[in-house]
Design a protein around this ligand. Sequence first.
Ligand SMILES: Cc1cc2nc3c(=O)[nH]c(=O)nc-3n(C[C@H](O)[C@H](O)[C@H](O)COP(=O)(O)O)c2cc1C
Length: 399
Amino acid sequence: MNTPATTESPKIPARESDILEKPAPYVSGVKQSMNVHPLFQPFRLKSLTLKNRIVMAPMTRSFSPDGVPTLQVADYYARRVQGEVGLILSEGTVVNRPASSYNANIPHFYGEKSLLGWKAVIDKVHAAGGVMAPQLWHVGIVAPDASSWLPPAPFEGPSGYVTPGKMGGVAMTERDIAKTIEAFAQAAASATVLGFNAVEIHGAHGYLIDQFFWHPTNQRTDGYGGNTLVERSRFAVELIRAVRKAVGPDFPICLRISQWKLQDYAAKLAATPQEMEAWLTPMAEAGVDIFHCSQRRFWDPEFDGSDLNFAGWAKKLTGKTTITVGSVGLSGDFIAGFQGETATPRSLDELFRRFDRGDFDLVAVGRPLLADPAWARKIHDGRTAELHNFSKEALATLS
Ligand SMILES: Cc1cc2nc3c(=O)[nH]c(=O)nc-3n(C[C@H](O)[C@H](O)[C@H](O)COP(=O)(O)O)c2cc1C
């Protein structure tokens, strides 16, 4: 587990694994009044078949020394399969660029040793009857990690900004961009060779791809920048096309996106449904099968005048499969909790209401699965009295 980076700037992004804030005031206590079964129906898309709709959200754990996943990492994921998770998304695993990572213990998705480590992971997950996709990641420009580990080259991003107005790395050349796209495509090809069932591209939370989407961090004046979100999406679109070419037509590609950023929780890339449609459509056409729509609280409406959340809008606008995520089954959001805030189990009724309405196809769950590998099975069996609280102690081990 990473500890928060110490920095003079309050706006420097914390990690996904160490951010803090007050929890959302929300009803706690589990009341399971609706039928859980629709969530436990199988799901099929291209070559992917899932036994149910529950997805393990990608969660950085930093337990892979020198970027090599260990057998403990394999066992950790296999336990979630045994606990009835339909699709495992790996923690963010970095592509082959000199500065794609901020911590020595974040797994790589390149290099012989790391790929052998991943082979052991996917083999264990398959042996347990599971299905898994790696989350391919480049962190872009971030604040140096509290571990004081630094990559062998400066952090790289669209314009050098780590947060609006503050430099923290170098602006990528067109050659850097081409090499980065190639690195994602190569990692995706490796996922197919190793036997993974799909890939997820991390395009969210203010990391590299999102730094291109976001105007304050993308001030480029070449063809990868521009005043519109559509123009700033060129990097993502080219990257998705390259990944599609690398994996072939039948292998599902998931793209994780968010409006919010670690640099600014209130940021909105798309301010209206029209802007969202203009943003997502070219990426769907480039090869995205699944939009993984990251929110901190899945029940937050995306735009005024409708209670549809991000995943609901993405599905309505593109017709693609969507995953919702954010505080499913817990009282406080994931930004809370890392300085001792305990989240308690809470009702899934609102989730089921939206699911039954057809707003989204899959549901990703993060912290509940860290606290308890058997979370999905307990939901399936209605054993709600046995659900665990989430507290930050769950981050300390790979249990
Ligand atoms: C410890 C931790 C690490 C995370 N690391 C990642 C990551 O590597 N990639 C990513 O896209 N999201 C990451 N997230 C965000 C989660 O995938 C998820 O969106 C978030 O925890 C909200 O879901 P929850 O409320 O069910 O926990 C992380 C969250 C936690 C708690």
